[in-house]
Design a protein around this ligand. Structure first.
Ligand code: GLC
Length: 407
């Protein structure tokens, strides 16, 4: 089991599924959140998007209703992405939401809605900045190749700007449960995380900032293995191309996302699934449909994730991942069922009950010597599974054992 923090940060182990939201002025162009860099758009042109940003249909309660209906319990929001545009009323730069036709503090509205609806709020903040004159843009990783006309790179001044912003974010918006730094700055500025922890006891801080932080953040990637050894939150977006709103997005299939979610959850990780709201503030219907389907699966199998720990080493077949709560064992088959039956050596006891959580249907269980296990002794066998309906969707089976059966 991954050691708990033993303090207010332990919410991270109880709330396992979160919503990531990438939203900024790049949504107006609807291409990619890194439009300015990846399409080499001059700053003078990029900043014009702020003049058009007017999300009159922004309703944070609506976002949260969608998140909750999918079983999500926390939300991480892009306060400032690499473009440097700030989605809150910051005193540190004018390049912010108050200087758009919308002119309202979006982060404040979102934070209030989170408090109302009991959703924990996490803040994403980009270390690279393509707008601030003192930021470093020398063509390095996630840095502009051609500096802006007003560029005066000065790392110490830029860090001071970040300090001011971090204080604002950790002071003015109520409880902040998580801080998601992006793009490691390869700098040692420990006071930034210390400030966050002092102002927000119970905050978890990720590993992309100024220290290894509290948790790892594999991105669009499902690491190999049976169980994580460090607190982990995998992130993925509903779209294959972009995190921000993209008009011509290539959306993932819900089954693909569910496969990766099940693997991450069974290994003890959290999952942050991203949506990119449209320029008017609404979540694209394609994303809503995906969340609805993914959420229906999550809610059916949630008991195998929340309050259950990875239990590697119980089965000989390491393609079946296992989680456990007391005498209850959950089998996770992230890639779906390959046959209508499963042999589970070295288990040799019949459970009191076996349920396929995807459908809620009971599963036939017996202890026998199947021919495929010739000379290897009897084992627990499950049979009569509806494999056709679960060819590609992660299947989860609950087995309730008597005391003392599980090692
Ligand atoms: C990457 C991308 C960024 C995105 C982030 C989400 O770091 O650069 O655009 O916000 O991943 O984890």
């Amino acid at each position: 089991m991954i050691p708990r923090f033993g303090d207010g940060r332990d919410w991270f182990f109880e709330k396992r599924f979160g919503m990531f939201v990438h939203w900024g002025i790049y949504a107006v162009a609807g291409w990619h959140e890194q439009l300015q860099w990846r399409a080499a758009m001059p700053q003078a042109e990029y900043v014009k998007l702020a003049e058009q940003f007017n999300p009159t249909n922004f309703d944070p309660d609506e976002w949260l209703r969608l998140a909750k209906s999918a079983g999500m319990e926390y939300l991480v929001f892009t306060t400032k992405h690499h473009d440097g545009f700030c989605m809150w009323d910051t005193a540190a730069t004018d390049f912010n939401i108050m200087h758009t036709p919308y002119g309202r503090d979006i982060l404040a509205e979102l934070a209030e809605a989170c408090q109302r609806q009991g959703i924990l709020l996490g803040l994403y903040y980009s270390c690279p900045d393509w707008h601030h004159p003192n930021a470093i843009n020398l063509g390095g990783d996630h840095q502009l190749e051609k500096p802006n006309p007003d560029a005066q790179p000065d790392l110490m001044k830029y860090i001071d700007f970040v300090r001011t912003q971090i204080r604002e974010l950790a002071t003015n918006y109520g409880r902040v449960a998580a801080f998601f730094w992006d793009i490691p700055p390869r700098l040692n500025v420990p006071d930034l995380n210390e400030t966050l922890r002092a102002l927000q006891p119970g905050i978890v801080i990720n590993d992309r900032g100024f220290s290894p932080g509290d948790y790892c953040t594999p991105e669009r990637n499902v690491p190999a293995g049976q169980a994580f050894t460090r607190p982990t939150e995998a992130c993925q977006s509903v779209g294959a191309q972009s995190w921000g709103f993209r008009r011509d997005e290539d959306y993932f299939t819900p089954d693909f996302l569910i496969r990766s979610m099940d693997k991450i959850f069974a290994m003890g990780g959290n999952y942050l699934l991203n949506v990119g709201p449209r320029p008017d503030g609404t979540i694209p219907p394609e994303a809503t449909a995906i969340l609805t389907e993914v959420g229906a699966w999550y809610k059916r199998v949630q008991e195998s994730i929340v309050g259950a720990d990875p239990a590697p080493g119980i089965l000989a077949n390491t393609e079946i991942l296992t989680t456990r709560r007391g005498n209850t064992l959950y089998l996770h088959l992230p890639n779906g069922l390959t046959a209508t039956g499963l042999c589970l050596p070295p288990l040799q006891a019949k459970p009191q009950r076996a349920i396929l959580l995807n459908t809620g249907e009971p599963v036939r269980a017996s202890v026998e010597q199947p021919p495929s296990m010739f000379r290897r002794g009897p084992c627990l066998r499950l049979s009569g599974l509806p494999a056709d309906g679960l060819r590609s969707q992660a299947a989860v089976i609950r087995l309730n054992f008597d005391n003392g059966v599980l090692p």
